[in-house]
Design a protein around this ligand. Structure first.
Ligand code: SER
Length: 316
């Protein structure tokens, strides 16, 4: 019987993953945790949890007795550059506390890594599964170290650790402090104002994925037969390669008057320029059957529908 605990449940991925897990495994089997209380009280079981507190982590996990933990609590890349010490403490310290509890209590752990685990010396096109990883951000440093730590807990202690390297994730749930956030902001600005100024240059190409595919990637990987997984903790996954200009064109096919400008932010532009332009995700496809469902057109149509619905709720 699957029982789940999610950390960082109020974040961009967590707020979408928790309902999907409750649908799959039953509402009371999924405990959502975060340092922030839920915005919709009564949606399901919730507990406050600060992952940097080892005692609280061990205690909360021992109480709920999950079989799987989706450990999502982390700071993203741009905010991590503003607060590198906090990023280290939360991203690596929090992961260490969860892995230690997993070693003692025996649950499986999903941890997201990221395209940020690569750096300027990584091949940028068709970035291989196994390649140079010398990131230039604190976020990237914590992601590479996290991948290694998860591998270590698997080989040394037998903990069932698994993870993917997510690209930028596009969703109607807001991200916070990432370099790929433009790809979410652009939809809200298009619907609410008819115009957007991108903080990345027109031709900055990065891998992206629509949230339903990101959720499926996590859940399918955790359900996969572990004996077939050679890479376990850091599968490249992608769905599409976008630039602000190509995303703007896709939105304009629905909203012909949409205006897109560019005013690159030096910090986030430098981060984006250090990341891959396109990932090779063949290991995930071969080892556990990964396939994205949403392409640029399908994602754009669905995002506009969702963002319009949210805008209507706000104005009514
Ligand atoms: N979306 C993340 C960020 O921009 C990348 O993992 O920080």
């Amino acid at each position: 019987m699957t029982r789940v605990l999610v950390t960082g449940a109020a974040g961009q991925i967590g707020s979408a993953l928790v309902p999907a897990l409750r649908e799959a495994y039953g509402g009371d089997r999924v405990l959502a945790t975060d340092i922030h209380p839920p915005t919709e009280p009564g949606a399901g079981p919730f507990a406050l949890l600060d992952c940097t507190d080892p005692g609280a982590v061990a205690e909360r996990l021992a109480e709920h007795r999950p079989t799987v933990v989706y450990h999502l609590a982390a700071l993203l890349s741009a905010v991590g550059e503003r607060k590198p010490q906090t990023a280290y403490e939360v991203n690596l310290g929090g992961l260490f506390n969860v892995l230690e509890a997993a070693r003692e209590q025996g649950f499986a752990v999903f941890t997201p890594s990221s395209i940020a685990a690569f750096g300027p010396s990584t091949p940028r096109d068709g970035t291989p599964q196994d390649t140079l990883q010398r990131p230039s951000t604190m976020y990237g440093v914590t992601k590479v170290a996290g991948e290694l730590l998860c591998d270590y807990y698997h080989t040394r202690f037998g903990v069932d650790t698994r993870g993917v390297r997510y690209p930028g994730i596009i969703s109607a749930s807001p991200p916070g402090g990432g370099t790929t956030d433009y790809a979410v902001e652009i939809f809200f600005a298009a619907v609410e104002r008819g115009s957007y100024t991108s903080f990345l240059s027109a031709d900055t190409q990065l891998d992206m994925m629509y949230m339903p595919d990101a959720l499926r990637a996590a859940m399918e990987l955790m359900e996969a037969d572990g004996t077939g997984l050679a890479h376990r903790n850091a599968f490249n996954v992608t769905a599409m390669q976008l630039t602000p200009a190509t995303l703007g064109d896709a939105i304009r096919r629905h909203l012909p008057d949409f205006r897109l400008g560019f005013d690159p932010d030096p910090v986030r532009q430098a981060i984006a320029d250090s990341w891959p332009r396109s990932l090779d995700d063949s290991a995930a496809r071969e080892e556990w059957g990964w396939r994205p469902e949403y392409d640029l057109e399908g994602m754009t149509a669905d995002m506009l529908r969702r963002v319009r619905a949210r805008a209507q709720v706000r104005t009514s």
